[in-house]
Design a protein around this ligand. Structure first.
Ligand SMILES: C[S@@+](CC[C@H](N)C(=O)[O-])C[C@H]1O[C@@H](n2cnc3c(N)ncnc32)[C@H](O)[C@@H]1O
Length: 211
C-alpha cells in the first residue's frame, strides 16, 4: 500500500472506506500476480475518492491518462452519469489487456473507451469538453498533459493529478521524475485559471477546479 501515513492510520482509513467490491478485489489480485509494478494501482481509498468526485461533479465525459490494469478507470466510470463516457489511454498492451478483461465483467465497463497510444496523441483528438480528468502516467509529461487539458475542460470541471508528493521526494528532488513533480506542482500553483488543493491522501493528490 503506497502511503506517506503511519501504516496503522492508513489501515484504519481503509477499513472506514466503502469497499469497492469483489471485482476490484479480484483485479487487485490479478494485478499483483501478472504485473511487475502492482503498486501503481490506486487502491481502495483513492479509487472510492475518484468515484465520489466523479459523482459529485456530475461528470458525463471524463478522460484518464494512465490506465494500467483499469482499476481507477472503473472507479471513474461507475461515478459517471447515465450515458456517460470515459476515454482512458495507455501504451502498455499487456496491462490494458487485463483492464479489458475486468471491464467486461461490469456494466460500468461499457462506458470506457481505451486508446492504446501515447497520451499526447489521444488528447489531441479530443474535441468534446471534459468534465473530469485524471492524470496518472509518466511524471515528466505532467505539465504537458495539464497544458493540453485545461483549455478543454468544462467551466467548473475537475482535474485530478496523482502522486504529487512522490513518496516525499518533492522535498529533496534528485531524479528527473522528482523534479518533474516539483515543477508540475509549481505550475499548478501559478495557474490562475484554477482553484486547487493538494491532498495528502496516499501519495498526494492535486485537485483543481477550472474556473
Ligand atoms: C501509475 S500507472 C496508472 C495506474 C492506474 N491509474 C490505476 O490506478 O490502476 C501509469 C501508467 O501510465 C502509462 N504511461 C506511461 N507513459 C505513458 C504515455 N506517454 N501515454 C500514456 N500512458 C502512459 C504506463 O504504461 C502505466 O500503465
Amino acid at each position: 500500500m503506497l502511503t506517506l501515513l503511519d501504516k496503522n492510520i492508513e489501515a484504519y482509513a481503509y477499513e472506514h472506506t466503502t469497499p469497492s467490491g469483489e471485482l476490484f478485489d479480484d483485479l487487485r489480485e490479478v494485478t499483483l500476480a501478472e504485473t511487475d509494478m502492482p503498486q501503481m494501482q490506486v487502491g481502495r481509498i483513492e479509487g472510492q475518492l475518484l468515484t465520489l468526485l466523479t459523482r459529485l461533479c456530475g461528470a458525463t465525459f471524463a478522460v484518464e491518462i494512465g490506465t494500467f490494469t483499469g482499476y481507477s478507470s472503473l472507479h471513474i466510470a461507475q461515478g459517471l452519469r447515465d450515458g456517460g463516457k470515459l476515454i482512458t489511454c495507455d501504451i502498455d498492451a499487456h496491462a490494458t489487456s487485463i483492464a479489458r478483461r475486468f471491464w467486461s465483467r461490469s456494466s460500468a465497463g461499457e462506458r470506457i473507451e481505451l486508446r492504446l497510444a501515447p497520451a499526447v496523441d489521444t488528447l489531441a483528438t479530443i474535441g468534446q469538453s471534459i468534465d473530469l480528468a485524471f492524470i496518472d502516467a509518466d511524471k515528466e509529461n505532467y505539465i504537458t498533459y495539464w497544458d493540453l487539458l485545461v483549455p478543454k475542460m468544462t467551466k467548473g470541471g475537475l482535474i485530478i493529478a496523482d502522486n504529487v508528493l512522490w513518496s516525499g521526494k518533492v522535498l529533496k528532488p534528485q531524479e528527473a521524475s522528482d523534479q518533474a513533480i516539483v515543477d508540475f506542482n509549481a505550475h499548478v500553483r501559478a495557474d490562475v485559471r484554477v482553484e486547487h488543493v493538494m491532498l495528502t491522501v496516499r501519495d498526494g493528490i492535486m485537485l483543481a477546479r477550472v474556473k
